[in-house]
Design a protein around this ligand. Structure first.
Ligand SMILES: *Cc1c(COP(=O)(O)O)cnc(C)c1O
Length: 366
């Protein structure tokens, strides 16, 4: 038998979450963001659930080619655009759309000698200061690109830095949206603005093409303001393992490396086949929630490379082979939201999903 750790992908949850995104933006084309191998889920595993989307968005050419191999004929957007002039011929071959955000990418389109005429997403840096052309330069670049033979359609695009909260006391999209709107209003073309947080929280924004990522995977983009239950989204990934050893300890005994945990009374400790080499965050402190046999308990002591310890004192029937859920859904029906585990480790559901390592086996379950 393989080591008993598995990442379980819930296809029904992916479909359900896609429906939720649609309900929030019924008049938009919905793009499923599947970068980073579908947020760690595996593009091939999510494809069937997402193929009713209007398009896919990702970063890597090889991931785009995998979508074509699966049979996807619709639109695919490269969110960071191309990285080299030669990439344009791959975009031609696989009919890919892409973001244009820097001057090199503009020059490559000018110098492109192939036959394709691309649908591009011209990105404005509306205040996040990551990618895109500043508002003052945008209009001129738009006019220039609209005249190129290599460009047949330009969608205006920007990305919000604070759609999950506030920016200087205002709803976190106001400033960027106003700047974007001022500049793009006189120019023809569709718009692509909303990420998950904007889709759920900012219905006043019209985004012709939305870009839904994290919400599709059942993690709340604005946790703890709203939990996944508040948004009605379901976990699409469960990290499950088993108890592989049990220790009965007494007051004064320690658990794990560096003896960071010392028992105050008699305890029953379970050892779980999951450690940081599986993608569980080493920084997670004692008290991080864990489910055993569907019941809530907590991490004890340091996370080691291949193991961690849980408190079984209140779960006496949990013995060798008992189910452990590090995040997601238990076979007993209980859910441990990934956002709660991430918050305990000072990070986000995004990072936990993307961080599952290669030695963890995946399976699909409904
Ligand atoms: C990752 C990404 C998204 C999706 O963001 P979520 O917060 O996961 O919904 C949208 N747009 C761009 C440009 C991105 O890079």
């Amino acid at each position: 038998m393989p080591r008993p750790i598995q990442a379980v992908i819930h296809v029904n949850a992916l479909q359900h979450n896609l429906d939720i995104a649609r309900q929030h933006a019924p008049n938009s084309r919905l793009f499923a963001v599947v970068k980073a191998n579908a947020y760690g889920h595996g593009i091939e595993r999510v494809y069937d659930a997402f193929k009713t989307a209007d398009g896919f968005a990702l970063l890597d050419l090889d991931e785009a080619i995998r979508l074509r191999t699966l049979g996807w004929k619709g639109q695919i957007i490269l969110l960071e655009g191309v990285f080299h002039l030669d990439d344009l011929s791959i975009c031609e071959q696989y009919e890919l759309s892409f973001v244009v955000h820097n001057q090199n990418q503009v020059t490559w389109l000018e110098n492109y000698i192939g036959n394709a005429s691309f649908h591009i997403y011209l990105k404005m840096n509306s205040g996040m200061n990551r990618l895109g052309f500043v508002p003052e330069a945008y209009t001129e670049i738009w006019h220039m690109l609209s005249r190129l033979r290599s460009v047949h359609e330009i969608t205006h695009m920007t990305h919000f830095s604070d759609a999950d909260g506030t920016r200087f006391g205002e709803p976190g999209v106001c400033y960027q949206y106003t700047r974007f709107d001022q500049i793009t209003a006189p120019l023809q073309g569709k718009r692509s603005l909303s990420n998950s947080a904007a889709i759920l929280r900012h219905h006043q924004i019209h985004s012709d093409d939305t870009r839904a990522g994290i919400l599709l995977y059942g993690s709340s983009p604005d946790y703890p303001t709203h939990s996944s239950q508040d948004w009605g989204i379901q976990p699409s990934m469960s990290l499950r393992s088993e108890i592989i050893a049990v220790q009965d300890i007494h007051a004064g005994d320690s658990v794990g490396y560096s003896s960071t945990f010392i028992a105050k009374h008699r305890m029953r400790i379970g050892i779980v086949a999951c450690g940081y080499a599986d993608g569980y965050q080493r920084i997670s402190p004692t008290g991080t929630p864990i489910l055993v046999n569907g019941q809530m308990t907590q991490l004890i002591g340091r996370v080691s490379m291949d193991m961690l310890a849980v408190d079984l004192t209140a779960i006496p029937d949990a013995d060798l082979g008992a189910e452990v859920v590090l995040w997601g859904k238990s076979k007993y029906g209980t859910v441990l939201p990934i956002d709660e585990v991430a918050a305990s480790a000072g990070t986000l559901g995004y990072e936990l999903m993307c961080g599952i390592t290669a030695r963890v086996a995946f399976c699909i379950e409904n």
